[in-house]
Design a protein around this ligand. Structure first.
Ligand SMILES: [Zn+2]
Length: 71
């Protein structure tokens, strides 16, 4: 898979791999496919192109202190 974006997306083994552009999004299934082949789940878990699974790493429940914000 080659990246057509400018600037190029980080590779799937880069530390900022989650910054790659999403190429497919299935909110009803809770995942996004990024340009570098990374499958990113809504709970911040990841499935790498080589089959490696990365567990969710979101620090605690995503409850902001301020109310009224819709993400
Ligand atoms: Zn890209």
């Amino acid at each position: 898979m080659s990246c057509q974006h400018q600037p190029c997306c980080p590779t799937s083994d880069a530390s900022d791999r989650e910054a790659a552009r999403p190429v497919a999004h299935r909110p009803e299934q809770g995942w996004s496919l990024l340009c570098n082949g990374l499958l990113l789940f809504d709970d911040t878990g990841e499935l790498l192109p080589d089959g490696q699974v990365v567990g969710p790493h979101r620090p605690g429940p995503a409850v902001p202190a301020t109310s009224g914000s819709s993400q």
